[in-house]
Design a protein around this ligand. Structure first.
Ligand code: P6P
Length: 340
C-alpha cells in the first residue's frame, strides 16, 4: 500500500489543472467534502437519531415527499457553501428556485453549485445506498452582482467540476475537473477522504444493465428491444446479461463506472419528459461518464450539449459503457424507422 494521499493533498497537487488557479475552487471542493462527511455521519446513524428517518411531511418542487435527511443534507450543503465565500448562489432539488447568497463576500464568489443533496432518499429507511450529486460552474454574471438564473442554466460542457458522494458500504467521493476521474474513500478513523481509485475508467462493455423493467410497457419500442437483446442468447456475449437495479442512481452509476454497465431511465408515456433532472443529476454524472470513457445521452442527443431552459427540467437518461449506450441508441433508431 503506497503513501496515503488525502483529498486535500490531491486537490492542492492537481490545482494547476484549474485555469488561473488561485485556490478558490480548491477551497470550494474541500467545503463540499466537509459537507459530505457531515452527511455521511448522519446517514450512518439515521436509525439511531430521534426523528431523522422517514418523511419530513413536506413535498419538494418535484411534488416528491421529502425525507427528513433530504432536508438536513440540503441545509448542510447550503450552510457550508454560503459560509465558504467562493459561491454566489446554488440550486438544488429541494428548493423551488435558485438561492442567491446576498452577503458581500458571497456576491464576489465566482462559482455556482447545483446539487441533489440526497438522491435515492426513499432508500434511507431500508438502509440502501444513497448519494449526493454536485455540479460546479463559473458564474456568467459579473462578480459582485447577485447571481442570476442564467448562471444556473449552463450546458453540461461548461461544468468546471462534477462529482458525487456515495453513502454505501463505505463513503466515497468521486469527481472530475475535466482531466480524468478520481475516487476517494472516507477513512472514518482519520476523518479524511483518501485516494482509493485513481484515474477511473469505465469498461467499454459489460453484461450488466440497470433499468426499472416495471416501466417496460410504457417505454419506447427501442428500449423494449434493448431489454430483449440483453435477455437473449443473440447478444454480444451469446448469453443473457444480468439485471442490476438498485433504485438509487448514484449506486447504480458507481457500479457501472467500476464494472461496466448501462443505466437507463427513459421518457415513458406516463412520464413524457423523463424522471431524472438534467442540471443536478444527469449533467454531473454525464461528465464523469465521458471522462471515464463512457457515454451519456437522452437516447438521441449528448446530455452535455443540451441547453437547459428550466431549473428542474427532466430528461430521458442513458449512461454507462460506450458499447451499451451505442447499442440502445441503435435499437431506438431502428424502432423509429420501422414506425415511419
Ligand atoms: P424508480 C431516486 O428517486 C431516483 O431519482 C434515482 O436515484 C433512481 O435511479 C430512480 O429515481 C428510481 O426510480 O421509478 O425506478 O423508483
Amino acid at each position: 500500500m503506497g503513501k496515503t494521499i488525502t483529498l486535500s493533498e490531491f486537490i492542492i497537487k492537481r490545482q494547476s489543472e484549474f485555469a488561473n488557479a488561485t485556490g478558490e475552487l480548491s477551497r470550494l471542493l474541500n467545503d463540499i467534502a466537509v459537507a459530505a462527511k457531515v452527511i455521511s455521519r448522519d446517514v450512518r446513524r439515521a436509525g439511531l437519531i430521534d426523528n431523522i428517518l422517514g418523511a419530513q411531511g413536506s413535498t419538494n418542487v418535484q411534488g416528491e415527499e421529502q425525507q427528513k435527511l433530504d432536508v438536513i443534507a440540503d441545509e448542510q450543503f447550503i450552510k457550508m457553501l454560503r459560509n465558504g465565500g467562493e459561491v454566489c448562489g446554488i440550486a438544488s432539488e429541494e428548493n423551488d428556485d435558485f438561492v442567491a447568497f446576498e452577503d458581500e463576500v458571497s456576491r464576489n464568489g465566482k462559482y455556482v453549485v447545483l446539487f441533489d443533496p440526497l438522491d435515492g432518499s426513499s432508500n434511507i429507511d431500508v438502509n440502501v445506498s444513497i448519494g449526493t450529486i454536485f455540479s460546479i460552474f463559473r458564474r456568467k454574471s459579473p462578480v459582485g452582482s447577485l447571481v442570476t438564473i442564467e448562471d444556473m442554466l449552463q450546458k453540461g460542457t461548461e461544468q468546471v467540476v462534477a462529482g458525487y458522494v456515495l453513502y454505501g458500504s463505505s463513503t466515497m467521493l468521486v469527481y472530475t475537473t475535466g482531466n480524468g476521474v478520481n475516487g476517494f474513500t472516507l477513512d472514518p478513523s482519520i476523518g479524511e477522504f483518501c485516494l482509493s481509485h485513481p484515474d477511473m475508467k469505465m469498461p467499454e462493455k459489460s453484461r450488466l444493465y440497470a433499468m426499472n423493467e416495471g416501466n417496460i410497457a410504457v417505454c419506447h419500442p427501442g428500449i423494449k428491444a434493448y431489454a430483449e437483446y440483453c435477455q437473449s442468447f443473440e447478444n454480444d456475449y451469446g448469453t443473457p446479461y444480468s439485471g442490476r437495479y438498485i433504485g438509487s442512481l448514484v449506486a447504480d452509476f458507481h457500479r457501472n463506472l467500476i464494472k461496466g454497465g448501462i443505466y437507463i431511465y427513459p421518457v415513458t408515456t406516463t412520464s413524457p419528459k423523463g424522471k431524472l433532472r438534467l442540471l443536478y443529476e444527469c449533467n454531473p454524472l454525464a461528465l464523469i461518464a465521458e471522462q471515464a470513457g463512457g457515454l451519456a445521452t437522452d437516447g438521441k442527443n449528448r446530455i452535455l450539449d443540451i441547453q437547459p431552459t428550466e431549473l428542474h427540467q427532466r430528461v430521458g437518461y442513458f449512461t454507462g459503457s460506450k458499447n451499451q449506450v451505442e447499442k440502445v441508441m441503435e435499437l431506438i433508431r431502428e424502432a423509429e424507422i420501422k414506425t415511419v
